[in-house]
Ligand binder design. Sequence first.
Ligand code: SIN
Length: 459
Amino acid sequence: MKELKVYNPATNEVVKTIQYTSEEEANQQINKAQVAFESWRERDAHDRSALLLKWYQLIEEHKEELAELITLENGKPYKEALGEVAYANSYIQWYQEEAKRIYGKTIPANQKGKKIITDPFPVGIVGAITPWNFPAAMIARKMAPALAAGCTIVCKPALETPLTTIRMVELAHEAGIPEDAIQYVVLSGRDAGRIFTESPIIQKITFTGSTPVGKQLIKSSADSVKNVTMELGGLAPVIVHKDADIELAVNQTIATKFRNSGQTCISANRIFVHKDIEQDYTALLTEKVNALNVGNGIEKDTDMGPLINQQAVEKVIDQIEDAVEHGGELSLSIEQLKLGGNFLKPVVIRHANLEMKVMHEETFGPIAAVMTYDDLDEILKVANDTEYGLAAYFFTNDYRTGFDIYKKLDYGVIGWNDGAPSAAHAPFGGYKESGYGREGGIEGIEPYLETKYLSIGNM
Ligand code: SIN
């Protein structure tokens, strides 16, 4: 049996060795999920809700253990990991409540004696593929609505961070959710993608990850016309207008930019600051960024952990070198920011311009690149000039300017004077190549439901 070593990105030590799932086992698990679907869909919504509530309570009881696992396999600071567990659990709580609010409707018919009713039914067996950057939250916001809707689900966590998912699934079983209704498989992304999309049993694929992999999954799902939800890459712009509260803008930029060392799909990637305030904004940003304490996430005073691996470090260094070649001014030299292993100090780049890779490629690292602008309408065009459309942020204290920017930005998640817009009760998802479908809110259960309508004649 093939073994998978899970490494701690802070020390490069092995956290745990686990077994891969074989293809035969994965298919057997999918078969079991199909059998479980028949009874899970029949349980009444209150019953499913009660089991999700129990799961929520068990996660709350085990939050320290789960947070430590996240820190060990992902690297993020323990206090941030604890925040992720609470964030993940807020999805379970939300969908535990929503399970009881899946309503049908009656449509006025156009003939006497006729009645039309609609009902939402569970889509079926779900294959979920999740990334390493939020090992608890990304899986929770797929598993919870799927189970609430009456679907059964097989999850494939990232191979860098499978341990959190495994523990969450164990807790779900402990809560009384049937073992075959919620399962995990340990497979490479390529194998899981192939097995899930080729399976005639799986009716829905839900994926969070990169746009190229998402496109591949969409193509392979097309053959059997599977229902898909895609939460893909981003290239978030931040617009700091001349009337913004500079301190608030800096604090919130740091919140969005350096969360999880910048390894977040909704991280700020391009910061556009009005020329009148650029100097003040960048000076304060640099001061606060320099004060961030980089270290092993398990230490209490760590603000920012390592990147996930060397490949991630190299990509970030490449973007920084490229920015310097194109006239960028760094707050620290490249030698100063390399701390060894997977650790990098966060860096501010002044005089960013559109020739730089950092303004076009998703960074997934701790670089804050600041470009100035003069004309708001022009910079809004630049902000929208990308194939991505996940998250965007802007700072202004003028409500007319604010609503105008909100209307013009082609993005699914927008923060106005807010660098932390994500919430279980709000719909998360993107425009354009950032994917389709929404996770969270009342919208987040819809991808797990099919609408059936019944037309009754001769009443
Ligand atoms: C992501 O990186 O896609 C998740 C970010 C979030 O849920 O806030």
